[in-house]
Design a protein around this ligand. Structure first.
Ligand code: GAF
Length: 380
């Protein structure tokens, strides 16, 4: 099927013998625009990508035995009991099991193998895709159905409660609820979703800066606290309830840092809604301008770009020209830069990046062209 699938089946056979009964895939995502807006009840617009996590399951035995093939590590625990966090990849699995048990699902005992093609720390949501894949395979094995958004929210709770990242719902919804060939406009408060067809001649390019980041390092939660402080001072439930005009009028009430954080969030909420309209009408010039503005705002106001992603985004924007744009994507502090461009610009942009950009280790960057994929589901 794919190299990942073959690796998963071979790893399952080696760890547990024989074959799985169920295989599920859940994609990573690249966020086109709307960053750090999700936990402010705002808007984001991701696409699901071809890089994904696959999990294979066979019911039987007592307890859950888990083999994480990418780490050559395993875990074993009672799948019917509440779980305790212990650190590392195990928390993503145990956290999901814990949430399923809390939701009244009778998680079957069995063997579970996990393999993925999303590199960690690259801003493409390897952790959300793992959570969503594990939740979906265990629900399927239990004979239970859950709609994609409820499944995503369950996975998000697992990350918040077990891993300790107070993330929003963007990554899990993107992994669970996207549709092939479409970007997904998410209203992170109402959970209204709008699928937006990608224009046929538009390419999504992801370039890895080579600066690896993690969300657990405190900066992410700190940004969230700063946004919550700004909302409290402004007397609103979340920054979603403030637009840029209101913010300008209220700026005297906010400390400088809270004002800057709020300006980014309010700006990206507006830009994301405008971007959805631009993409839906195939207006890549408008879409590109919004992406460039969003990148600037992430650096100037939100303090989450780094010199390498600034250089890379500038280089890509120059090579793309007016018809499209590029910006750092994901939680920030490195990771990937996403570019949207006409298909006929891909070769020139790739060439420009490879000629000039080097990762902190001095390597040429990884570049891939992504075709927006379907959200999580069974394979085969
Ligand atoms: C990370 C988080 F997990 C998401 O919830 C979101 O906040 C994103 O950073 C930034 O937009 O991926």
């Amino acid at each position: 099927m794919t190299a990942l699938h073959d690796r998963l089946l071979a790893g399952f056979a080696q760890a547990f013998g024989g074959e799985p009964e169920l295989v599920v895939r859940a994609p990573g995502r690249v966020n086109l625009i709307g960053e750090h807006t999700d936990y402010n009840d705002g808007f984001a617009m991701p696409v699901a990508i071809g890089q994904e996590t696959r999990v294979a399951f066979r019911p039987g035995g007592t307890g859950l035995r888990v083999a994480a093939l990418d780490f050559a590590e395993d875990d074993a625990f009672d799948s019917a009991a509440p779980q305790r966090a212990g650190g590392g990849w195990r928390d993503y699995v145990r956290g999901v099991v814990d949430e399923l048990v809390r939701a009244g699902i009778s998680v079957p005992p069995g063997q579970l193998a996990i393999a993925g093609s999303i590199a960690k720390g690259t801003g493409l949501s390897s952790s959300a895709s793992l959570e969503v894949a594990v939740a979906r395979v265990l629900l399927d094995a239990a004979g239970e159905r859950m709609d994609p958004v409820s499944l995503a929210l369950l996975a998000q709770r697992a990350e918040c409660d077990f891993v300790g990242v107070r993330c929003g719902n963007l990554d899990q919804i993107a992994s669970a609820a996207t549709t092939r060939g479409h970007a997904l406009l998410i209203d992170c408060r109402t959970l209204a979703l709008r699928q937006i067809a990608m224009p046929a001649d538009v390419a999504v390019m992801i370039v890895q800066s080579g600066v690896v980041r993690g969300l657990v390092d405190g900066e992410y939660n700190q940004r969230r606290q700063e946004c919550e402080r700004a909302a409290r001072t402004l007397g609103v439930p979340a920054l979603r309830d403030v637009d840029e005009g209101m913010l300008d009028e209220a700026c005297g009430r906010l400390d400088d840092l809270a004002f800057l954080r709020a300006r980014h969030v309010c700006g990206d909420n507006r830009r994301t809604r405008e971007a959805a309209r631009a993409l839906a009408s195939g207006d890549l010039v408008a879409m590109g301008a919004l992406m460039r503005e969003s990148h600037v705002s992430q650096g100037r106001d939100f303090g989450i770009t780094v010199p390498h992603t600034d250089v890379l985004a500038a280089l890509m924007n120059e090579a793309i020209g007016e018809d499209g744009g590029a910006r750092q994507t994901g939680g920030g502090f490195g990771g990937a830069v996403v570019g949207l461009m006409r298909q006929d610009r891909v070769a020139a942009v790739r060439e420009a990046v490879l000629a000039v950009y080097r990762t902190p280790a001095g390597d040429v960057p990884e570049i891939c062209i992504e075709v927006p994929s379907d959200g999580a589901g069974p394979v085969g």
